[in-house]
Unconditional design. Sequence first.
Lengths: 250, 246
Amino acid sequence: MKNKKILIPIIDLLIVAIFLIIWEVLSQAKIINTFIFSSPIRIYKTLIDLLLNGNLLMHIFVTLKEVIISFALGTFLAFIISILLYSNKLLAKIIDPFLTMLNSLPKVALGPIIIIWAGANTNSIILMAILTNVIISIITIYHGFINTDKLKIKLFKVFKASKSQILYKLVIPSNISTIVNSLKINISLTLIGVIMGELLVSKKGIGYLILYGSQVFNLDIVMAGLFVLIIISFILYKLVLLLNKKIVSN
Amino acid sequence: MNVILNNIKKIYNNQNDNFEAIKNISFNLLDGEIISIVGKSGCGKSTLLNIISGLDKQTRGEIIFDNKNPKISYMFQTDALLPYRNVLDNACLGLELMNNKTNDNIDKVKNMLKEYGLKDFIYSKPNKLSGGMKQRVALVRSLAINPDLLLLDEPFSALDYYNRIKVSEDVFKILKNNKVSTILITHDIAEAITMGDKVVVLSSSPSIVKNIYKPNLDDNLSFIDKRNSQKFNDLYKQIWRDLNEK
Ligand SMILES: Nc1ncnc2c1ncn2[C@@H]1O[C@H](COP(=O)(O)OP(=O)(O)O)[C@@H](O)[C@H]1O
Ligand SMILES: [Mg+2]
């Protein structure tokens, strides 16, 4: 069992290494066109170059900033809206069809409207990301709330608990793990939203870097941007998992 | 506290049909008494407790309490403990919700927990406890507010046979020592007889009171001895017949 735990990441790394080696070998042998596909060594060189001369850290920082703001705002909004919906059954009934509709709507379609509303700037990117993450978070958290153990609600009512006592001492604490779980989906969606936003409007950030690379037909930059993006999303996801574990174990 | 139930009727009004769960139930509970209510599952027992506790409203009839604003506690088949609170904070829940969590009361709750074999678990989370222990915490939670009336809805059903007899006997002693007015609902005839000063037998749904018995067993007997007495056996057969009558 313990061996498997170490073995699996090693196998994963091996797969990545073999993939990179084959890619590089095929490029060197001119079997694949590096102009379209780039190659691991070219990506590496581009990354170093971008780091030294191309503000790579600035782009990473911009994207991270947008992600963190949208993630925090989206989570906060989802939490508050879920509480409002829970506290007001009528409001919940009225809002419910809109939530379902918005949830299935591809948010990227809203991009042009958002740009007109919020301007071609960071605000648009954050708005885009929040629209992407907030709906499903509301649905998840609200459903957790309304599925709170009926018997426990009964218990609270027999003890003559007020509505706010039921909310703060029962409904919210019972749903901590639902809320924390929703963060996992939230972080992935936030990243999607931010990159979509950057592709649409920005002059900075990893999404912009990728777009710029494709516009000047430099696939090395596109691939380097993608690589950074993969690393960022991996680290963010792991951080949320860590947070998840910390909170749930408490 | 004395409680009088007068001709309680309950009809659930749903969108397309009305369902009569209780046809007519009347009985009196005297202060400090334990009343057992037996009936087949689905005959409206939980409905009745919901009405008595004020969570639901009867369609007809009246309930008269001695006190204007009676303090009522409720215990269910499952312990309904909050997993994110330790045993003490769970036991103090009622006091807390009624804004009565004074230091004196907390000490009282601690003493109760110690007395009922939970001394080493006061600051543990409920998941560290056995099923029987959890039910005892739930009982302390119910008693902590010093209730005028305690409602027990099949509180031992989730326990295995051995613990069921054991825990119900413990609970019986505690209720008698504290003179708690109690209504116990069960589908277990033996439990109803061993616990109750009176046993109210309900018919199938829509329920009416078929019979009310007074077991008159010696309170000092252990539950096992009670179960072996002639009176117990006669009453058991009688109630069995009542329940199976058309
Ligand atoms: N809210 C409700 N609406 C309609 N019917 C109900 C409702 N609650 C319970 N019932 C019905 O009333 C009957 C009695 O239920 P209940 O009081 O839970 O029975 P018991 O506790 O004796 O098993 C059942 O047939 C049940 O389906
Ligand atoms: Mg029931």
